[in-house]
Design a protein around this ligand. Structure first.
Ligand SMILES: Nc1ccn([C@@H]2O[C@H](COP(=O)(O)OP(=O)(O)OP(=O)(O)O)[C@@H](O)[C@H]2O)c(=O)n1
Ligand SMILES: [Mg+2]
Length: 400
Protein backbone atom coordinates (compact mmCIF):
# COMPACT_ATOMS: atom_id res chain seq x y z
CA UNK A 1 0.00 0.00 0.00
CA UNK A 2 1.12 3.52 -0.74
CA UNK A 3 0.11 6.79 0.87
CA UNK A 4 -0.43 9.23 -2.00
CA UNK A 5 -0.39 12.29 0.17
CA UNK A 6 1.91 12.42 3.18
CA UNK A 7 0.75 14.50 6.19
CA UNK A 8 2.71 17.77 6.60
CA UNK A 9 4.62 16.45 9.62
CA UNK A 10 6.13 13.71 7.45
CA UNK A 11 6.78 16.03 4.51
CA UNK A 12 8.75 18.31 6.82
CA UNK A 13 10.76 15.37 8.13
CA UNK A 14 11.49 13.90 4.67
CA UNK A 15 14.91 15.57 4.37
CA UNK A 16 16.04 13.53 7.41
CA UNK A 17 15.04 10.27 5.71
CA UNK A 18 16.64 11.38 2.45
CA UNK A 19 19.91 12.37 4.07
CA UNK A 20 20.19 8.98 5.78
CA UNK A 21 19.29 7.15 2.58
CA UNK A 22 21.83 9.13 0.56
CA UNK A 23 24.49 8.08 3.05
CA UNK A 24 23.71 4.47 2.13
CA UNK A 25 21.45 3.42 5.03
CA UNK A 26 17.77 2.63 5.37
CA UNK A 27 15.39 4.95 7.23
CA UNK A 28 11.64 4.85 7.84
CA UNK A 29 8.93 6.58 9.78
CA UNK A 30 7.70 4.12 12.42
CA UNK A 31 5.46 3.73 15.45
CA UNK A 32 2.49 5.77 16.54
CA UNK A 33 2.86 8.48 13.90
CA UNK A 34 2.39 5.98 11.05
CA UNK A 35 -0.57 4.41 12.81
CA UNK A 36 -2.18 7.78 13.50
CA UNK A 37 -1.56 9.06 9.95
CA UNK A 38 -3.32 6.00 8.52
CA UNK A 39 -6.22 6.58 10.92
CA UNK A 40 -6.42 10.22 9.83
CA UNK A 41 -5.59 11.34 13.36
CA UNK A 42 -3.36 14.20 14.35
CA UNK A 43 0.27 13.15 14.44
CA UNK A 44 2.55 13.89 17.35
CA UNK A 45 6.22 12.88 17.55
CA UNK A 46 7.48 11.66 14.19
CA UNK A 47 9.76 8.72 15.06
CA UNK A 48 12.40 7.53 12.62
CA UNK A 49 14.03 4.09 12.61
CA UNK A 50 17.25 3.45 10.72
CA UNK A 51 19.84 0.82 9.89
CA UNK A 52 22.58 3.38 10.67
CA UNK A 53 24.23 3.11 14.07
CA UNK A 54 24.14 6.10 16.41
CA UNK A 55 27.78 6.98 15.63
CA UNK A 56 26.95 6.91 11.93
CA UNK A 57 23.93 9.20 12.38
CA UNK A 58 26.14 11.64 14.26
CA UNK A 59 28.55 11.69 11.34
CA UNK A 60 25.78 12.23 8.78
CA UNK A 61 24.11 15.22 10.52
CA UNK A 62 25.68 18.42 11.65
CA UNK A 63 23.39 19.10 14.63
CA UNK A 64 22.60 16.12 16.85
CA UNK A 65 21.92 15.52 20.54
CA UNK A 66 22.73 12.29 22.37
CA UNK A 67 19.26 11.63 23.76
CA UNK A 68 19.49 7.98 24.62
CA UNK A 69 22.49 6.71 22.82
CA UNK A 70 22.62 3.48 24.83
CA UNK A 71 19.12 2.71 23.46
CA UNK A 72 20.18 3.77 19.98
CA UNK A 73 18.39 7.13 19.93
CA UNK A 74 19.99 10.29 18.57
CA UNK A 75 18.04 13.52 18.21
CA UNK A 76 18.58 15.18 14.85
CA UNK A 77 17.83 18.89 14.50
CA UNK A 78 16.33 19.78 11.15
CA UNK A 79 15.10 23.34 10.67
CA UNK A 80 14.49 23.87 14.38
CA UNK A 81 12.49 20.64 14.67
CA UNK A 82 13.89 17.78 16.72
CA UNK A 83 13.54 14.25 15.35
CA UNK A 84 14.33 11.10 17.29
CA UNK A 85 16.30 8.76 15.07
CA UNK A 86 16.64 5.27 16.55
CA UNK A 87 18.80 2.46 15.25
CA UNK A 88 16.98 -0.81 14.44
CA UNK A 89 17.26 -2.85 17.60
CA UNK A 90 16.21 -6.15 19.04
CA UNK A 91 16.62 -8.22 22.17
CA UNK A 92 18.25 -11.06 20.32
CA UNK A 93 19.45 -11.88 16.79
CA UNK A 94 22.44 -10.40 14.98
CA UNK A 95 24.56 -9.06 17.76
CA UNK A 96 26.58 -6.05 16.79
CA UNK A 97 27.13 -4.84 20.25
CA UNK A 98 25.30 -5.47 23.44
CA UNK A 99 24.63 -2.86 26.03
CA UNK A 100 24.07 -3.61 29.72
CA UNK A 101 20.31 -3.32 29.19
CA UNK A 102 20.48 -5.92 26.43
CA UNK A 103 19.58 -3.66 23.54
CA UNK A 104 21.21 -5.03 20.43
CA UNK A 105 21.57 -2.95 17.30
CA UNK A 106 20.75 -4.70 14.04
CA UNK A 107 20.72 -3.76 10.37
CA UNK A 108 17.36 -5.36 9.54
CA UNK A 109 14.02 -3.58 9.63
CA UNK A 110 12.20 -6.88 10.13
CA UNK A 111 14.19 -7.62 13.28
CA UNK A 112 13.25 -4.21 14.63
CA UNK A 113 9.55 -4.42 13.78
CA UNK A 114 9.07 -7.90 15.16
CA UNK A 115 9.95 -6.82 18.70
CA UNK A 116 7.37 -4.05 18.70
CA UNK A 117 4.20 -4.41 20.75
CA UNK A 118 1.20 -4.47 18.40
CA UNK A 119 0.81 -5.00 14.67
CA UNK A 120 -0.76 -1.54 14.27
CA UNK A 121 2.43 -0.10 15.82
CA UNK A 122 4.75 -2.21 13.68
CA UNK A 123 4.18 -0.46 10.35
CA UNK A 124 6.96 1.44 8.62
CA UNK A 125 6.56 4.24 6.10
CA UNK A 126 9.12 4.79 3.38
CA UNK A 127 10.07 8.22 1.96
CA UNK A 128 7.93 7.62 -1.17
CA UNK A 129 4.79 6.83 0.85
CA UNK A 130 5.09 3.03 0.63
CA UNK A 131 3.83 1.28 3.76
CA UNK A 132 5.89 -1.68 4.84
CA UNK A 133 3.55 -4.09 6.56
CA UNK A 134 5.32 -7.26 7.63
CA UNK A 135 2.81 -8.35 10.31
CA UNK A 136 -0.57 -7.59 8.72
CA UNK A 137 -0.93 -4.39 10.71
CA UNK A 138 -2.96 -2.79 7.92
CA UNK A 139 -5.63 -5.49 8.15
CA UNK A 140 -5.75 -5.03 11.91
CA UNK A 141 -6.06 -1.26 11.49
CA UNK A 142 -8.89 -1.82 9.06
CA UNK A 143 -10.65 -4.24 11.45
CA UNK A 144 -9.86 -2.11 14.51
CA UNK A 145 -7.95 -4.88 16.24
CA UNK A 146 -5.11 -4.68 18.77
CA UNK A 147 -3.00 -7.78 18.22
CA UNK A 148 0.45 -8.49 19.61
CA UNK A 149 3.22 -9.01 17.08
CA UNK A 150 4.04 -12.73 17.13
CA UNK A 151 3.64 -14.47 20.51
CA UNK A 152 1.79 -12.13 22.89
CA UNK A 153 3.33 -13.79 25.96
CA UNK A 154 6.81 -12.97 24.70
CA UNK A 155 5.86 -9.37 23.95
CA UNK A 156 4.43 -8.89 27.45
CA UNK A 157 7.45 -10.54 29.04
CA UNK A 158 9.73 -8.09 27.24
CA UNK A 159 7.74 -5.16 28.61
CA UNK A 160 4.75 -5.70 30.85
CA UNK A 161 3.58 -2.12 30.38
CA UNK A 162 2.41 -3.23 26.93
CA UNK A 163 -0.60 -4.85 28.64
CA UNK A 164 -1.68 -1.43 29.88
CA UNK A 165 -0.95 0.00 26.45
CA UNK A 166 -3.35 -2.54 24.94
CA UNK A 167 -6.28 -1.39 27.08
CA UNK A 168 -5.25 2.24 26.60
CA UNK A 169 -5.29 1.92 22.79
CA UNK A 170 -8.63 0.16 23.02
CA UNK A 171 -10.01 3.27 24.70
CA UNK A 172 -8.11 5.87 22.65
CA UNK A 173 -8.77 4.29 19.27
CA UNK A 174 -12.06 2.50 19.92
CA UNK A 175 -10.43 -0.81 18.90
CA UNK A 176 -10.87 -4.33 20.34
CA UNK A 177 -8.10 -6.51 21.74
CA UNK A 178 -7.70 -9.70 19.71
CA UNK A 179 -8.66 -12.87 21.63
CA UNK A 180 -5.20 -14.48 22.03
CA UNK A 181 -3.69 -11.17 23.00
CA UNK A 182 -6.37 -10.69 25.63
CA UNK A 183 -5.94 -14.23 26.97
CA UNK A 184 -2.21 -13.52 27.37
CA UNK A 185 -2.90 -10.29 29.26
CA UNK A 186 -5.25 -12.07 31.61
CA UNK A 187 -2.68 -14.83 32.16
CA UNK A 188 0.22 -12.41 32.72
CA UNK A 189 -1.48 -9.48 34.43
CA UNK A 190 0.67 -9.99 37.53
CA UNK A 191 3.77 -8.95 35.58
CA UNK A 192 2.45 -5.40 35.65
CA UNK A 193 3.54 -5.21 39.29
CA UNK A 194 7.14 -5.01 38.01
CA UNK A 195 6.47 -1.76 36.18
CA UNK A 196 7.12 1.69 37.66
CA UNK A 197 3.92 3.34 38.89
CA UNK A 198 4.65 6.50 36.86
CA UNK A 199 4.41 4.53 33.63
CA UNK A 200 1.20 2.76 34.68
CA UNK A 201 -0.18 6.13 35.73
CA UNK A 202 0.30 7.64 32.27
CA UNK A 203 -1.39 4.73 30.52
CA UNK A 204 -4.29 4.68 32.97
CA UNK A 205 -4.93 8.39 32.49
CA UNK A 206 -4.84 7.97 28.70
CA UNK A 207 -7.31 5.10 29.05
CA UNK A 208 -9.65 7.22 31.16
CA UNK A 209 -9.43 10.18 28.75
CA UNK A 210 -10.02 8.04 25.64
CA UNK A 211 -13.19 8.33 23.58
CA UNK A 212 -14.01 4.65 24.10
CA UNK A 213 -13.28 4.61 27.84
CA UNK A 214 -16.01 2.05 28.42
CA UNK A 215 -14.32 -0.57 26.22
CA UNK A 216 -10.89 0.05 27.73
CA UNK A 217 -12.28 -0.21 31.25
CA UNK A 218 -14.10 -3.46 30.52
CA UNK A 219 -10.78 -5.04 29.51
CA UNK A 220 -8.91 -3.38 32.37
CA UNK A 221 -11.35 -5.10 34.75
CA UNK A 222 -11.76 -8.43 32.93
CA UNK A 223 -8.03 -9.02 32.51
CA UNK A 224 -7.54 -8.12 36.20
CA UNK A 225 -4.89 -5.57 35.28
CA UNK A 226 -6.56 -3.26 37.79
CA UNK A 227 -5.44 -5.60 40.57
CA UNK A 228 -1.82 -4.57 39.94
CA UNK A 229 -2.49 -0.85 40.23
CA UNK A 230 -1.94 1.19 43.41
CA UNK A 231 -4.84 0.91 45.88
CA UNK A 232 -7.08 -0.86 43.35
CA UNK A 233 -6.88 -4.36 44.86
CA UNK A 234 -10.41 -4.15 46.21
CA UNK A 235 -11.69 -1.80 43.53
CA UNK A 236 -13.43 -4.46 41.42
CA UNK A 237 -16.97 -3.54 42.53
CA UNK A 238 -16.20 0.19 42.19
CA UNK A 239 -15.08 -0.33 38.57
CA UNK A 240 -18.06 -2.50 37.77
CA UNK A 241 -20.30 0.25 39.11
CA UNK A 242 -18.36 2.78 37.05
CA UNK A 243 -19.25 0.83 33.92
CA UNK A 244 -22.92 1.56 34.60
CA UNK A 245 -22.36 5.33 34.60
CA UNK A 246 -22.58 7.51 31.44
CA UNK A 247 -19.80 7.02 28.88
CA UNK A 248 -19.33 10.76 28.25
CA UNK A 249 -15.66 11.64 27.64
CA UNK A 250 -13.82 13.17 30.60
CA UNK A 251 -12.35 16.60 30.08
CA UNK A 252 -9.25 16.64 32.23
CA UNK A 253 -6.92 14.57 34.33
CA UNK A 254 -8.45 16.12 37.45
CA UNK A 255 -11.87 14.91 36.30
CA UNK A 256 -10.44 11.40 35.86
CA UNK A 257 -9.17 11.20 39.41
CA UNK A 258 -12.20 12.90 40.90
CA UNK A 259 -14.44 10.29 39.30
CA UNK A 260 -12.19 7.50 40.57
CA UNK A 261 -12.06 9.02 44.07
CA UNK A 262 -15.85 9.23 44.15
CA UNK A 263 -16.26 5.65 42.93
CA UNK A 264 -13.86 4.49 45.63
CA UNK A 265 -15.77 6.63 48.15
CA UNK A 266 -12.63 8.39 49.32
CA UNK A 267 -12.94 11.52 51.44
CA UNK A 268 -10.76 14.62 51.06
CA UNK A 269 -8.22 13.25 53.51
CA UNK A 270 -7.97 9.77 51.99
CA UNK A 271 -7.68 11.09 48.46
CA UNK A 272 -4.24 12.65 49.06
CA UNK A 273 -2.32 9.50 50.04
CA UNK A 274 -4.22 7.64 47.32
CA UNK A 275 -3.00 10.06 44.65
CA UNK A 276 0.50 10.04 46.11
CA UNK A 277 0.58 6.25 45.74
CA UNK A 278 -0.22 6.88 42.08
CA UNK A 279 2.70 9.36 41.93
CA UNK A 280 0.44 12.18 40.88
CA UNK A 281 1.80 15.72 40.65
CA UNK A 282 1.19 18.08 43.57
CA UNK A 283 -1.01 20.48 41.58
CA UNK A 284 -3.19 17.57 40.51
CA UNK A 285 -3.48 16.37 44.12
CA UNK A 286 -4.47 19.87 45.15
CA UNK A 287 -7.06 20.17 42.38
CA UNK A 288 -8.69 16.83 43.17
CA UNK A 289 -8.74 17.24 46.93
CA UNK A 290 -10.23 20.72 46.49
CA UNK A 291 -12.88 19.52 44.01
CA UNK A 292 -13.99 16.56 46.10
CA UNK A 293 -15.88 18.52 48.83
CA UNK A 294 -17.52 20.59 46.08
CA UNK A 295 -18.62 17.42 44.31
CA UNK A 296 -20.05 16.14 47.56
CA UNK A 297 -22.15 19.29 47.89
CA UNK A 298 -23.48 18.80 44.37
CA UNK A 299 -24.32 15.18 45.16
CA UNK A 300 -26.09 16.20 48.38
CA UNK A 301 -27.90 18.92 46.40
CA UNK A 302 -26.59 21.58 48.73
CA UNK A 303 -26.07 25.03 47.20
CA UNK A 304 -22.48 26.26 46.95
CA UNK A 305 -21.71 29.30 49.08
CA UNK A 306 -19.62 32.21 47.86
CA UNK A 307 -16.87 30.84 50.06
CA UNK A 308 -17.03 27.45 48.29
CA UNK A 309 -16.58 29.17 44.93
CA UNK A 310 -13.83 31.39 46.27
CA UNK A 311 -11.88 28.59 47.89
CA UNK A 312 -12.16 26.04 45.10
CA UNK A 313 -11.83 28.40 42.14
CA UNK A 314 -13.88 28.15 38.95
CA UNK A 315 -11.88 25.36 37.30
CA UNK A 316 -12.28 23.00 40.24
CA UNK A 317 -15.99 23.84 40.58
CA UNK A 318 -16.50 23.01 36.90
CA UNK A 319 -14.55 19.76 37.30
CA UNK A 320 -16.76 18.81 40.24
CA UNK A 321 -19.83 19.68 38.19
CA UNK A 322 -18.65 17.51 35.32
CA UNK A 323 -18.38 14.55 37.66
CA UNK A 324 -21.69 15.43 39.33
CA UNK A 325 -23.22 14.92 35.88
CA UNK A 326 -22.29 11.23 36.03
CA UNK A 327 -24.52 10.91 39.08
CA UNK A 328 -27.32 13.06 37.67
CA UNK A 329 -26.51 15.93 40.06
CA UNK A 330 -24.94 18.60 37.85
CA UNK A 331 -26.19 22.16 37.28
CA UNK A 332 -25.90 24.48 34.27
CA UNK A 333 -22.29 25.54 33.72
CA UNK A 334 -23.35 29.08 32.85
CA UNK A 335 -24.98 29.42 36.28
CA UNK A 336 -21.74 28.43 37.96
CA UNK A 337 -19.71 30.74 35.74
CA UNK A 338 -21.87 33.76 36.51
CA UNK A 339 -21.93 33.01 40.24
CA UNK A 340 -18.17 32.89 40.23
CA UNK A 341 -17.92 36.11 38.23
CA UNK A 342 -20.15 37.82 40.79
CA UNK A 343 -17.82 37.11 43.71
CA UNK A 344 -16.79 40.42 45.33
CA UNK A 345 -13.16 39.30 45.25
CA UNK A 346 -11.49 36.23 43.76
CA UNK A 347 -8.30 36.21 45.80
CA UNK A 348 -6.95 37.72 48.99
CA UNK A 349 -4.71 40.15 47.12
CA UNK A 350 -7.87 41.90 45.89
CA UNK A 351 -8.91 42.75 49.45
CA UNK A 352 -8.99 46.57 49.79
CA UNK A 353 -6.82 46.46 52.94
CA UNK A 354 -3.64 44.59 53.71
CA UNK A 355 -1.80 43.79 56.91
CA UNK A 356 0.14 47.06 56.82
CA UNK A 357 -3.06 49.11 56.54
CA UNK A 358 -4.55 47.41 59.58
CA UNK A 359 -1.41 47.73 61.70
CA UNK A 360 -1.34 51.43 60.99
CA UNK A 361 -5.06 52.13 61.41
CA UNK A 362 -5.52 50.10 64.59
CA UNK A 363 -2.05 50.64 66.07
CA UNK A 364 -1.64 46.87 66.31
CA UNK A 365 1.54 44.86 66.65
CA UNK A 366 2.27 42.16 64.07
CA UNK A 367 1.20 38.71 65.30
CA UNK A 368 -1.47 36.01 65.02
CA UNK A 369 -4.23 38.55 65.83
CA UNK A 370 -3.55 40.35 62.58
CA UNK A 371 -3.84 37.13 60.58
CA UNK A 372 -7.17 36.29 62.24
CA UNK A 373 -8.47 39.75 61.54
CA UNK A 374 -7.55 39.58 57.87
CA UNK A 375 -9.09 36.12 57.53
CA UNK A 376 -12.29 37.40 59.11
CA UNK A 377 -12.46 40.40 56.76
CA UNK A 378 -11.75 38.15 53.79
CA UNK A 379 -14.66 35.85 54.64
CA UNK A 380 -16.98 38.79 55.24
CA UNK A 381 -16.07 40.43 51.91
CA UNK A 382 -16.44 37.17 49.98
CA UNK A 383 -19.85 36.64 51.58
CA UNK A 384 -20.74 40.22 50.57
CA UNK A 385 -21.35 41.18 54.21
CA UNK A 386 -18.89 44.08 54.06
CA UNK A 387 -18.17 46.08 50.88
CA UNK A 388 -14.60 45.72 49.66
CA UNK A 389 -13.66 49.32 50.51
CA UNK A 390 -10.80 50.44 52.69
CA UNK A 391 -12.83 52.67 55.02
CA UNK A 392 -15.56 50.05 55.51
CA UNK A 393 -13.00 47.35 56.22
CA UNK A 394 -11.07 49.44 58.73
CA UNK A 395 -14.32 50.37 60.45
CA UNK A 396 -15.28 46.68 60.65
CA UNK A 397 -11.83 45.77 61.93
CA UNK A 398 -12.04 48.46 64.64
CA UNK A 399 -15.32 47.00 65.87
CA UNK A 400 -13.76 43.55 66.06
N1 LIG B 1 6.24 -0.69 25.43
C1 LIG B 1 6.41 -0.34 24.16
C2 LIG B 1 6.42 1.01 23.80
C3 LIG B 1 6.61 1.34 22.46
N2 LIG B 1 6.79 0.38 21.53
C4 LIG B 1 7.03 0.72 20.11
O1 LIG B 1 7.53 2.05 20.03
C5 LIG B 1 6.63 2.87 19.31
C6 LIG B 1 6.62 4.29 19.88
O2 LIG B 1 6.28 4.25 21.25
P1 LIG B 1 5.42 5.37 21.97
O3 LIG B 1 5.68 6.71 21.40
O4 LIG B 1 5.60 5.15 23.43
O5 LIG B 1 3.90 4.93 21.69
P2 LIG B 1 3.02 5.19 20.41
O6 LIG B 1 2.57 3.86 19.87
O7 LIG B 1 3.72 6.08 19.47
O8 LIG B 1 1.74 5.88 21.02
P3 LIG B 1 1.55 7.43 21.38
O9 LIG B 1 0.58 7.93 20.38
O10 LIG B 1 0.98 7.43 22.75
O11 LIG B 1 2.88 8.09 21.33
C7 LIG B 1 5.31 2.13 19.37
O12 LIG B 1 4.43 2.50 18.31
C8 LIG B 1 5.76 0.71 19.28
O13 LIG B 1 6.13 0.37 17.97
C9 LIG B 1 6.78 -0.96 21.91
O14 LIG B 1 6.92 -1.83 21.04
N3 LIG B 1 6.58 -1.31 23.22
MG1 LIG C 1 4.62 7.99 20.04
Amino acid sequence: MKLTQLPDEFVQALPVLQTITQAGFEAYFVGGSVRDALLGKKIHDVDIATSAYPAEIKQIFRRTIDTGIQHGTVTVMQQETAYEVTTFRTESGYQDFRRPDHVTFVRSLREDLKRRDFTINALALQHDGTIIDLFAGLTDLENKVIRAVGDPNERFHEDALRMMRAVRFESQLGFTIEANTEVAIRAQHQLLSKIAVERIHDEFVKLMLGQARYNGLVSFVQTELYQQCPDFTNAGPAFKALLKLPTTPLRSEAAVWLLIAQQLQLDSEQVKPFLRHWKSANDLIHAVSTSLPVLQKFLAQQPLSNWDFYQAGLTNVLTANQIAYFYGADVAETTLQSKYQQLPIKQRSELAVNGGDLLQALALKPGPKLGQLLAHLERAVVAAQIPNQKAALIAAATKL
